[in-house]
Design a protein around this ligand. Structure first.
Ligand code: TRP
Length: 462
C-alpha cells in the first residue's frame, strides 16, 4: 500500500486572474474600508482626505502590492520561508512580519463578532434598541458570554471556509461574497443619496477643501493605505504564492487597488451623506466620526428611514459581515500557510493550531471589555483591542513595510522581483517602481512611524 502521508501536498493555486483579484480585493475590502475609511474621511475634511488617499493608494499602495505579490509568487512560499530563501540571516524579517496576521486576526474577529451580532439583532427586529445611542452596544460588548459567543461564531464561519481549501473554500467564498458586496453597497449608496439633506453631505464628501490639509491627515491616509490593502502583514505574500506564473502581477495589483478604492468610495457614499443628513452639519459628522460611527450613529441614521429601517439595517450589516469575513479568511489563510510552510506541517494540523491560538487570543481581547477591562494599556479607558490595533497598524506594519523595501531596494536589488513580474507581461514602470521601493516608500514609512509613535505617547500633538 502506498503511504499517502509521505506524498507532499502540492501547493494550491487560484484558478485564474479573477480568482486572485477577487481574493486579494476580498482581503483588502473589509472593516478597514467600510468602517474605518468613512470615519477617517469624515474626520479629516471629506474631499481633501479622499484626494490624498487616492494618490497614496495609486502610487505607494500599488507598488507595495506588486512587491508582496511578486515575492510570494517568486518563492512559492509564505513570508518566513520566502525571506529565508534569500539567506538564513534574513529569516528574522519574515518572522517579524509573520506575527502580524496572528495579532490582527485576534482583534479583527472580535469586531467581526460585533457585526454578526448587529446583523442578527436587525433580523430579530431590534431596530429601535440598536438606535439608542450606545446603551445597547455597551451592554452587549461588556456581556462576556454573549460577546464571546458571537466572536466564536464569526470565527467558526471563517475556519470552515478555510478548511475547505484555497479553491473550494477561499476562492469560492470570494466569488460569491465580493459581487454581492459591490451590488449591495451600490443599492444602499443610491438609496441614502435620495434622502433629504444628503446632497449637502455629498458635497462635503467629494469636493476637496485644501485648507483642511494637515500632517495628521497625511499620516492617517498613509496608515489607511496600509491597512486597507492588507500590506506588510504576510497576507498578500501568501496570496501571491498561490498565483500562477502566467497571470499579470501589475494588472492584478492595479485591479485590486482600484476595486478597494471603488468600494471605499461607495462605503463613504453609504455613510457620510446619510450621517450628514441625520446629524445636520459637517462639524457634527466630524465630532461623531470615531470608531463608534458604525455601531452607534449608523443605526440612528437607519431608524430615520422609517419602516424600511429594519431591512436596510439587516442588509447593511450582512454586507459588512461579508466584507469582514473575506478579510478574516485572508488573515487565517496567512496564519495557516505560515505554519504549514515553516514547520512543514500538514494543512489540517496548521489549521487546528491556528483555530486554537486565535480562539484563545480572541477570547482574551473580547474580555477586554468585561472581566479584563481593568487592563488599560494605552491610558485610561483604552482596551486590549486598542493596544493590538495600535501595535499592528502604527508599529509593526510600517516597520515591516520598511524592512521589505530596504531589503529589495538595497540588500537585494529591485531587479530580483522585476524579473518575476516580467515573467507574466510587461513592466513598463519598473524604473519608477524601483525609485518608489528604494527611496520614496522608506522615507514616508519612517515619517509615519516616528510621528505616530510620538503622538501616541503624547510627545507631540496635533
Ligand atoms: N484590509 C482589511 C480591511 O480593510 C483588513 C486586513 C485583512 C488586513 N488582512 C490584513 C489588514 C492584513 C492588515 C493586514 O479591513
Amino acid at each position: 500500500m502506498v503511504d499517502v502521508s509521505v506524498v507532499p501536498e502540492q501547493r494550491a493555486s487560484w484558478s485564474g486572474k479573477l480568482g486572485f483579484v477577487l481574493a486579494a480585493a476580498g482581503s483588502a475590502v473589509g472593516l478597514g474600508t467600510i468602517w474605518r475609511f468613512p470615519y477617517l474621511a469624515a474626520h479629516y475634511g471629506g474631499g481633501t482626505f479622499i484626494f490624498v488617499f487616492f494618490i497614496f493608494m495609486l502610487t505607494l499602495g500599488v507598488s507595495l502590492l506588486v512587491l508582496e505579490i511578486s515575492l510570494g509568487r517568486k518563492t512559492g512560499e509564505s513570508i518566513i520561508v520566502a525571506f529565508t530563501s534569500f539567506g538564513k540571516k534574513y529569516r528574522f524579517i519574515g518572522v517579524f512580519i509573520a506575527a502580524v496576521p496572528f495579532v490582527i486576526a485576534s482583534f479583527y474577529g472580535v469586531v467581526g463578532g460585533w457585526v454578526t451580532r448587529y446583523m442578527f439583532a436587525y433580523a430579530a427586529g431590534m431596530t429601535k434598541e440598536l438606535a439608542d445611542g450606545g446603551e445597547n452596544f455597551g451592554a452587549f460588548i461588556s456581556d462576556a458570554p454573549q460577546s464571546v459567543a458571537f466572536m466564536l461564531l464569526f470565527g467558526a464561519i471563517t475556519f470552515i471556509i478555510v478548511a475547505l481549501g484555497v479553491n473550494g473554500g477561499v476562492e469560492r467564498a470570494n466569488l460569491i461574497m465580493m459581487p454581492a458586496l459591490i451590488l449591495v453597497s451600490l443599492l444602499i449608496g443610491i438609496y441614502t443619496l435620495t434622502q433629504p439633506g444628503a446632497l449637502e453631505g455629498l458635497k462635503y464628501f467629494v469636493v476637496p477643501d485644501f485648507s483642511k490639509f494637515s500632517l495628521e491627515l497625511l499620516i492617517a491616509a498613509l496608515g489607511q493605505t496600509f491597512f486597507g490593502l492588507s500590506l506588510a502583514a504576510a497576507t498578500m505574500v501568501t496570496y501571491g504564492s498561490y498565483m500562477k506564473k502566467d497571470v499579470s502581477i501589475t494588472s492584478s495589483a492595479f485591479q485590486t487597488t482600484a476595486t478597494t478604492l471603488g468600494i471605499s468610495l461607495l462605503a463613504g457614499l453609504m455613510i457620510i451623506p446619510a450621517t450628514f443628513a441625520t446629524l445636520g452639519s459637517a462639524d457634527e459628522v466630524a465630532k461623531n466620526s470615531g470608531p463608534s460611527l458604525m455601531f452607534l450613529v449608523i443605526p440612528k441614521v437607519f431608524e430615520k428611514f422609517g419602516g424600511i429601517a429594519t431591512v436596510i439595517g439587516f442588509v447593511f450589516f450582512l454586507l459588512v459581515m461579508f466584507a469582514a469575513l473575506t478579510s478574516m479568511i485572508s488573515l487565517v489563510e496567512a496564519c495557516v500557510s505560515i505554519l504549514q510552510d515553516t514547520l512543514e506541517w500538514k494543512r489540517r494540523q496548521a489549521l487546528l493550531v491556528t483555530v486554537i491560538v486565535l480562539s484563545v487570543t480572541g477570547i482574551i481581547v473580547t474580555l477586554g471589555y468585561s472581566s479584563l477591562s481593568f487592563i488599560q494599556p494605552l491610558g485610561a479607558g483604552s482596551t486590549i483591542l486598542d493596544l493590538l490595533d495600535f501595535l499592528t497598524s502604527s508599529v509593526m506594519m510600517p516597520l515591516g513595510g520598511l524592512l521589505m523595501c530596504l531589503f529589495f531596494g538595497w540588500i537585494r536589488q529591485p531587479k530580483v522581483l522585476i524579473d518575476e513580474v516580467r515573467l507574466s507581461g510587461e513592466f513598463k514602470s519598473a524604473g519608477l517602481w524601483s525609485v518608489m521601493i528604494k527611496y520614496i516608500a522608506p522615507i514616508l514609512l519612517v515619517a509615519i512611524f516616528i510621528t505616530s509613535v510620538l503622538k501616541t505617547f503624547g510627545v507631540i500633538s496635533f
